[in-house]
Ligand binder design. Sequence first.
Ligand SMILES: CC(C)(COP(=O)(O)OP(=O)(O)OC[C@H]1O[C@@H](n2cnc3c(N)ncnc32)[C@H](O)[C@@H]1OP(=O)(O)O)[C@@H](O)C(=O)NCCC(=O)NCCS
Length: 454
Amino acid sequence: MSTNAPNPVPGDEESTSNFPFVGWLRDVAPYIHSFREKTFVIAFAGELVKEIGLENLIEDIAMLHAMGMRIVLVHGIRPQIEEQLKLRKIKSKFGTSALNTYRITDAAALECVKEAAGELRLDIEAAFSRGLPNTPMAGSRISVISGNFITAMPVGVVDGVDYVHTGLVRKVDSTSITLSLDSNKIVLLSPLGFSPTGQAFNLAYEDVAASTAAALKADKLIFLSPYSGLRDVDGELITELSLPQLQDYMTEHKDIQSGLKGLLNISGKAVRSGVSRVHFLPCNQDGALLEELFTHDGIGMMLASSDIENLREANQDDVGGILQLTMPLEEEGILAARGQDVIERDIQRFSVIEHDRVLFGCAALFPFPNGVGELACLAVDADVQGSGDGERLLKRIEMRAKQENIKKLFVLTTRTEHWFLKRGFKRATVDDLPEERKQIYNWDRKSMVLTKDL
Ligand SMILES: CC(C)(COP(=O)(O)OP(=O)(O)OC[C@H]1O[C@@H](n2cnc3c(N)ncnc32)[C@H](O)[C@@H]1OP(=O)(O)O)[C@@H](O)C(=O)NCCC(=O)NCCS
């Protein structure tokens, strides 16, 4: 996958409408459906503000919020702190422990941290308050709430170095954050926390974001940072990996940059604490967030506890996704028409492939007497065809058939004969169909009949 090439407008080629956005909107609809009411913690590095500015990101987040996603936004401030230190002619000081590099935040540096955080927080609040003119969000009223949600503790003295006001997250007030999200607010968190004694601490925004995501058991934790992910032996970005794969990678590669290593460690911890997915996106690319969320391949790297692609039996929640896959093929005459109520009734006959909770393929098995079964409704999303999903679904159906003592599989197809022939099916005739199926054979469609002995 290329990380920098702009994607063509998805669906552009397939839609028969003259407006490219019609196809595009149809393509993103399953994502919108699956992300509704899900909790996303979106964290961005202070570098983003320097490199591409805040405005587009805030617009994108406002749009996600309008689509029904529950959003906690966390911002970093490292370059902004550097600026404040420079203004006051104070030298930056850092200390390195076995695990991390921390800023040493003395009293003077803490003032710079507060100044930097306050200024950026105000800029973000102002951007959300603009009513976003000239955008689809014009006139929208978005409430942003900040507060003392994070309890901090000092890093303390490590290897003889006192980190003074540099802290770690001790506790997240997830109840208050949840209440704010329930009342449709965007929660904004700065990398500052307070101890029960009222002291302020300079925190890493990665720590704030990961701890908050873990406390909320967020569906997604998204980092827009200078690190967009890990690379394979050919230098290609690894687009997805599971927690065990991350652990193997980190054991094999001792030379990972310390900033990225810290981010990966903290993300691994978040996934182990119940965060479903962590995404790593570049902070210097406008639109990276939308591209990651609304395209199959995304733009960055995604970490999950286990395999992200999932082949499983369908349930009632999948009816919408199956219709989305099959309806365009029914309209083209490739699949026989089946209404929503029929799919609902037969849902336990379907197997599906999902990727990050969005359906990309389906197939169904219908048993007939005398050990015969029909493979039907085999469909893979046009955007991901050719990557073996069709083959995996066929194998799954064959496995289910064997479990149900089905010895012979048949399929009716108008245009996919060769795909099945290559996979062990043989040409047959309508007379070879079970009597019950023969009676409802649609002579107008004139489907070819193929069979396979299992
Ligand atoms: C048929 C279908 C399910 C295959 O899904 P897929 O995920 O692309 O399948 P795979 O990745 O396992 O196989 C891809 C291979 O099949 C080939 N292929 C795809 N459609 C084909 C067709 N109609 N006829 C012959 N070969 C075909 C591809 O060229 C590719 O070949 P290659 O491996 O030599 O490059 C998918 O193309 C689809 O959904 N088609 C529309 C619906 C349909 O026809 N369903 C079957 C009717 S019951």
